[in-house]
Design a protein around this ligand. Structure first.
Ligand code: GLN
Length: 554
């Protein structure tokens, strides 16, 4: 077992997650089995209770664990599903230590951060590593070196390095900022020097420096960083912002990073295989046109809150060869601002993602109504699906006071109600209907055609569900159920006679990958193309699309 630990210095938000994902991909391209673990030093047990406005989207794994959005990056770059044990938080570690203390496992000893908390971190890391059967485990440490919260984790990693056999077995990659300042645009290495000094004061010597920022690292600058930080010049790598994050692995490859890491860790990898990855980037770089998609939500100020949705459209671009422009609509504005409604009407397709809370709910209902009545391609996900159902109950069945009981507990027409499995005494953390669940698709439906199968597994995260009472009456108005869980819960609706109108209770965005864009996002993009007209899809896709033209309503 080998480890590659990725730390960050100077500031957060440097793209450590993409760096980690890309390093993992470099090794995977060489046929080396890899996996990734994320350490989040916050005290929350998991990301489930966190506001997307602070930390971005809450990502959900197959096993139902609610995790940091970086796990989504790892899954997309590796094309693999990860278990919840691959996200360590201070909350999880302390909970486990305190449970052990209460059980008496520490045999009367004083329980301390070192060695007990650090010991628990090492145990959790080793266990995740062993279970994964990977040869190399990448560990990303969230936050920046020097944060109080990350200290026990860095100490645990320092100890682990000794235990697993030193630097030949565990390499540290430090991501830092190299800012460019002044009128002449001088690149500054001082912040890097300081943050490496901080890292070394914790007993950790980096093996590679990934410099982020617009600077081109001249041989001089590389030599300077190399000298101050004690890493070879070949291990000082500049990563500028690239047009797509999926270019980062190839950028690192071209700088010899894959080869260097293998040498450092004594890994015998096969020659790297980038065929499909290159194909994706090639298609991505030459879109044959562009569609405009309206995204209606309440967290639109922070795009990270919708990261997986945005990535799914990137995956479509690299596969279908259709560029996209996302026009963001604050759902509250849609209710009060006519010009926003006009702008939404002018889009080629509308996506209403998931969410919680009353604010903006009426705007989502308005968006669903517009899509339904104007024939605009529509995909409603989770709350978006629930609001589309409320819209249909209000306007197709005439129950104007219909609502979700999440927003109006006393509505006489609850189109969406609390799941019967929910119990308010359980608290809010990890208590929703979560994770991968089977979904049966109705034969002949748009959904079944998009997937080309009759059952799929999709990831869930919800507390409310569509009220079965309205299913029969809605079907008579053309609003039909096209997916159900094996125990009968409504998982999807579609509108007959509409070019593309789809709502699903689950979250397709979590399963979209560059090598496999999710079918529902592909469906929406194709339908938007059909509405736009005149955009030819990428060659390899056009025959498949022709075969299923009904999909896009073309
Ligand atoms: N708030 C809704 C529910 O709990 C939708 C959740 C979501 O969109 N993820 O069911």
């Amino acid at each position: 077992m080998r480890y590659v630990v990725v730390t960050g210095g100077v500031i957060s938000g440097l793209g450590k997650g993409i760096t980690t994902s890309s390093l993992a991909r470099l090794l995977k391209a060489r046929g080396i089995p890899v996996t990734v673990v994320k350490i989040d030093p916050y005290l929350n047990v998991d990301a489930g209770t966190m506001n997307p406005y602070q930390h971005g989207e809450v990502f959900v794994l197959d096993d139902g664990t609610e995790v940091d959005l970086d796990l989504g990056n790892y899954e997309r770059f590796l094309g693999e599903s990860l278990p919840g044990t691959h996200n360590l938080t201070t909350g999880k570690v302390y909970r486990s230590v305190i449970e052990k203390e209460r059980r008496g496992d520490y045999l009367g000893n004083t329980v301390q951060i070192i060695p007990h908390v650090t010991g628990e971190v090492k145990r959790m890391l080793r266990e995740a590593a062993e279970r994964s059967k990977a040869e190399v485990v990448l560990v990303e440490v969230g936050g920046t070196v020097g944060d109080i919260e990350s200290m026990p984790f860095l100490e645990a990693l320092r100890e682990l390095q000794q235990e697993v056999g030193g630097r030949e077995r565990m390499a540290f990659v430090h991501t830092t900022l190299v800012p460019v300042v002044g009128a002449v645009g001088e690149a500054k290495t001082k912040p890097t020097q300081h943050s490496v000094r901080e890292l070394r004061s914790l007993g950790i010597q980096p093996d590679m420096i990934v410099a982020r920022g617009p600077a081109v690292l001249t041989p001089d600058l590389k030599a300077k960083i190399s000298l101050f930080c004690d890493v070879p010049t070949e291990a000082v790598i500049a990563v500028p912002d690239l047009p797509t994050v999926y270019q980062v692995p190839l950028h690192l490859e071209s700088q010899g990073v894959g080869e260097y890491l293998c040498r450092r860790l004594g890994l015998a990898g096969a020659p790297p295989e980038w065929g499909a990855w290159n194909q994706f980037l090639e298609t991505y770089a030459h879109p044959r046109g562009e569609v405009t998609l309206g995204v209606v939500g309440k967290y639109v100020q922070l795009k990270d809150a919708y990261l997986s949705h945005i990535e799914a459209f990137h995956h479509c671009q690299g596969t279908l060869g259709v560029g996209f422009r996302l026009r963001w609509f604050d759902s509250e504005d849609l209710v009060r601002d006519l010009s926003e409604r006009r702008a939404l009407e002018a889009t080629d397709g509308i996506l209403v993602p998931g969410g919680y809370g009353t604010r903006g709910a009426e705007g989502k209902i308005a968006a669903a109504e517009m899509a339904r009545t104007r024939g605009i391609p529509f995909l409603g996900i989770c709350l978006g699906f629930q609001m589309a159902t409320v819209e249909a109950v209000r306007h197709l069945l005439g129950f104007e006071d219909a609502n979700s009981s999440e927003f109006d507990p006393h509505t006489p027409h609850p189109a969406v109600t609390l799941l019967d499995t929910q119990d308010s005494s359980q608290g809010l953390g990890g208590t929703q209907r979560l994770g991968s669940q089977p979904v049966d698709l109705v034969e002949g439906s748009l959904l079944a055609r998009l997937y080309g199968r009759s059952q799929v597994f999709e990831r869930h995260r919800h507390r409310y569900e569509v009220n079965p009472e309205f299913v029969g009456p809605l079907a008579q108005r053309g609003f039909v159920v096209s997916a159900r869980s094996p125990d009968g819960r409504v998982e999807g609706f579609e509108m007959t006679g509409h070019p593309f109108y789809l709502g699903v209770q689950y979250h397709p965005e979590f399963l979209s990958r560059p090598q496999g864009p999710h079918q529902l996002f592909q469906g929406l993009v194709r339908a938007a193309v059909a509405r736009r007209q005149g955009i030819p899809l990428a060659k390899e896709e056009s025959s498949r699309v022709a075969a299923s033209s009904a999909v896009a309503g073309a």
